[in-house]
Ligand binder design. Structure first.
Ligand SMILES: NC(=O)c1ccc[n+]([C@@H]2O[C@H](COP(=O)([O-])OP(=O)(O)OC[C@H]3O[C@@H](n4cnc5c(N)ncnc54)[C@H](O)[C@@H]3O)[C@@H](O)[C@H]2O)c1
Length: 388
């Protein structure tokens, strides 16, 4: 369920590649059409030839008909689990999706929750099936790939499998054993938290780097130069990230999920959110100190939430754009990969017509630029430092 999404599709392709018979059920008819035609609805390295191979071999098929669920021994749920506009998680999203397909489930199936869920959702799903008198094994096996490298990481990362009994864990381990020999067993509540902690850890690390960047920058110092120096041949600081616009569809919302889980007493998580989400405004405010922004046309390079991606979900480039639309004379945006935003123009136009450039997404192509106007480069892609 949700098999045409960023997580579902690579997983479906990976299972099919390992010889399993895979049926994708998704409510998005356009995505189903695209996938059935052997195309990817989004960028995912090396996935397209594997998708075509699986379609040709007849081991993979996509449909909008939930009846396909009844034919499966194992049903994997990979629907989106976003937070709402008030940053509340929706612990009912998965149960609602399952209820709407209720008549297609049958005794003896295994339901694997692969979506990142609010802690307690696995227990609720177990109860849901029990209340319906259905004997379905429920497992929670979180997805931990990074978008863009799924086809490599699905076969190389250990798979966490969780279930209420050893029997369920064994069954889930057998399924994911088709991808890797490394299986890590946990209880469902432990695994739910393990997934959230993984993303929160990464989000907090990015926030630490962004706070250090702001601190150094406020004193006229270049954070990236300092970071490189302190990390050189010094293993304990080797993982200190560079500054950058850190958001995307997972890190931010999973930090907010954990905040809700701790009754909003998650000081570190909320602080990380303020630092990361505050970076676009900080950059613009710094620019206003040096430039008459209200008279300038500003070009934003990169609208995806991360480099070499076409995914704009929760991208801070759009937050930056909104701030600049209010404070600058004009804003023009470009991205070599994003196809879902008609307002974007090509890189040459942005370069030729902007008074100022901001590299918002570290797409590799921007490292080759030799701009004549001032550039904000918090990623230090051009090697000229990060100072704003
Ligand atoms: N994107 C990532 O890198 C990533 C990594 C790890 C975990 N996750 C988690 O995986 C889950 C899915 O994320 P995603 O990025 O793939 O989301 P997505 O929006 O790309 O995909 C979700 C898919 O589910 C489909 N869908 C929604 N409701 C449905 C329903 N009731 N029945 C059938 N299909 C339905 C949608 O049409 C869509 O194709 C989320 O919980 C997310 O937090 C994402």
């Amino acid at each position: 369920m949700g098999g045409c999404g960023h997580v579902g599709l690579p997983l479906a392709i990976a299972f099919a590649d390992r010889g399993l018979e895979v049926g994708i059920y998704d409510i998005d008819s356009h995505a189903v059409e695209v996938v059935s035609a052997g195309q990817l609805p989004f960028l995912e390295k090396d996935a397209q030839p594997m998708l075509r191979r699986a379609l040709d071999a007849g081991t993979l098929a996509a449909t909008t008909d939930p009846e396909i669920i009844a034919r499966a021994d194992n049903v994997v749920v990979v629907i989106g689990t976003p937070v709402d506009e008030h940053l509340n998680p929706n612990p009912h999203a998965v149960a609602r999706a399952l209820r709407s397909s209720r008549e297609h489930f049958r005794d003896g199936q295994m339901l694997v929750l692969r979506s990142t869920v609010y802690p307690g959702v696995t227990r609720n799903v177990e109860r849901l099936f029990a209340d319906q008198g259905l004997d379905v094994d429920v497992a929670f096996c979180p997805e931990r790939i990074v978008e863009g490298r799924a086809m490599e990481e699905l076969f190389s990362l250990p798979q966490i499998v969780a279930g209420r009994s050893q029997g369920v864990r064994d069954r889930a381990a057998k399924l994911f054993g088709h991808l890797t020999g490394q299986i890590v067993e946990l209880e469902p509540e432990e695994a739910e938290l393990a997934k959230l902690l993984t993303n929160n850890w990464r989000y907090i690390k990015f926030a630490a780097a962004n706070q250090f960047f702001v601190m150094a920058n406020d004193h006229g110092l270049d954070y990236d130069k300092i970071r490189r120096a302190l990390a050189q041949d010094y293993p304990r600081a080797a993982d200190m990230p560079g500054a950058g616009f850190a958001a995307g569809p997972c890190l931010f919302k999973d930090t907010m999920q954990l905040a809700a889980f701790t009754d909003n007493a998650y000081v570190l998580g909320h602080s990380a959110m303020l630092v990361n989400e505050g970076l676009p405004l900080y950059v613009v405010t710094q620019l206003e100190r040096k430039h008459d922004l209200a008279q300038m046309r500003v070009g934003i390079l990169g609208m995806a939430f991360k480099g070499e991606s076409d995914d704009i979900r929760s991208s801070l480039s759009y937050k930056l754009k909104r701030i600049l639309e209010f404070r600058a004379r004009e804003v023009v945006c470009t991205d070599p990969y994003v196809t879902v935003d008609d307002s974007l123009v090509d890189l040459e136009t942005v370069q030729a017509t902007s008074d100022l450039l901001i590299i918002a997404t570290p797409h590799k192509v921007y490292a080759e630029l030799t701009p004549t106007q001032p550039v904000v480069d918090v990623w230090n892609m051009l090697g000229n430092g990060t100072t704003v």
